[in-house]
Design a protein around this ligand. Structure first.
Ligand SMILES: NC(=O)c1ccc[n+]([C@@H]2O[C@H](COP(=O)([O-])OP(=O)(O)OC[C@H]3O[C@@H](n4cnc5c(N)ncnc54)[C@H](O)[C@@H]3O)[C@@H](O)[C@H]2O)c1
Length: 329
């Protein structure tokens, strides 16, 4: 048996009928977790019924001697999120971890993106994260702790053409994970965002339009290393983030092709104006300090309000007594 075992911990994986979620569920179950396999069974644009959804993954887990129950509810609805957590509580009486992975994309040029394309994608990725994580958090809080993993994307962290809806939702879950991490620490709850990469059907077919229509088109067939771009090579990070020994909270992790890394939010040292009025021209004059070099800077810590108070004490307070240095004549 591997060292990182779950000893019957109950883990919900949304969108676990295919792709990354399926690989996560299989690996977690192999390590002794009792898994709630949620999936609606839709295609990569979230539209049509496309697969056996959760049942097929559950069958594989049970065949291998593991424990899992299927759940067919949609993460994109408030009641769906509640029902998914209820499935875990009714089947196993607890929730130790939740991985919100379900999702799809509906790409379009930014100026042509419809409300339907915006709403449906935000609903499944961002609101879905609230709908599933809130009831799970409540159960974890009562039980004394738990782990939450939300799925981000390079489309949000780095930006991507034709994916404004998706990128916004995916960056939204980063803020959500960091906020849950700060608030949940007192209850033993850890929350992280994971930006995965794998050649699944979603990372494949649905990207054809996006690859062809970007300002500098990409031919996916020419990108090397597809054989390493598997969901199984992402799953170890999910094992770590859902395990009781999870070493981090409030972080952004990246996993693809066997590459595992942490991304973080950094600010340049910046320029602080003295007292007195500040003009836009002052900023231009100090632009190099404001922009920074990109290689220096400070990682911004978890906890926005805490950082703000420290910043005011450490950076601004010492300047308060000084005469206005930046008065323009
Ligand atoms: N594949 C990649 O390279 C990649 C990159 C970045 C982020 N992601 C993210 O990883 C996650 C998994 O992606 P994937 O590539 O495995 O895609 P996938 O299409 O293979 O799997 C997504 C699953 O989510 C399910 N689903 C969709 N809407 C649902 C809903 N409302 N309720 C419940 N289930 C629903 C689908 O039925 C499907 O089985 C997604 O959040 C995706 O945005 C993937």
């Amino acid at each position: 048996m591997p060292d990182l075992t779950f000893d019957g911990d109950v883990i919900i994986v949304t969108g676990a009928g295919s792709g990354l979620g399926r690989a996560y569920a299989l690996e977690l179950a192999r390590r002794g977790a009792r898994v709630v396999v949620n999936d609606l069974g839709v295609d990569e644009s979230g539209a049509a019924a496309a697969s056996a959804g959760a049942d097929a993954t559950v069958a594989v887990i049970r065949e291998a001697g593991g424990t899992a129950v299927p759940d067919p509810h949609s993460v994109a609805e408030r009641d769906g999120g509640r029902a998914i957590v209820r499935t875990a509580l009714e089947a196993f009486g607890r929730v130790d971890a939740v991985v919100h992975n379900a999702g799809f994309s509906r790409d379009n040029f930014f100026d042509q993106m419809t409300d339907e394309q915006i709403d449906s994608v935000l609903d499944v990725h961002l609101r879905g994260a609230f709908y599933v994580a809130q009831p799970a958090y409540a159960a974890m809080k009562q039980a004394g702790g738990g782990r939450i993993v939300l799925t981000a994307s390079t489309a949000g962290l780095l930006g991507a053409p034709l994916m404004a809806n998706y990128g916004a939702g995916k960056m939204g879950v980063v803020g959500l994970a960091r906020s849950i991490a700060v608030e949940g620490a007192q209850y033993g709850i850890k929350a992280n965002a994971l930006s995965p990469g794998a050649a699944t059907r979603r990372g494949d077919d649905s990207s054809a339009f996006r690859f062809a229509n970007r300002p500098n088109p990409i031919d996916p067939a020419t990108v090397p290393g597809r054989e390493w771009l598997t969901p199984e090579r992402v799953a170890p990070m999910v094992v770590l983030l859902t395990h009781r020994s999870c070493p981090v909270t409030g972080e952004i992790l990246m996993a693809r092709s066997g590459w595992f890394a942490r991304a973080w939010v950094t600010a340049s040292e910046g320029w602080i104006a003295g007292g007195g009025p500040i003009q836009a021209e002052d900023l231009l004059q100090h632009w190099d300090e404001i922009a920074g070099t990109g290689t220096e800077g400070t990682e911004l810590p978890l906890d926005g309000p805490g950082w703000t108070v420290r910043f005011m004490n450490e950076r601004i307070k010492p300047l308060l007594a000084e005469p206005a240095a930046n008065q323009r004549s």
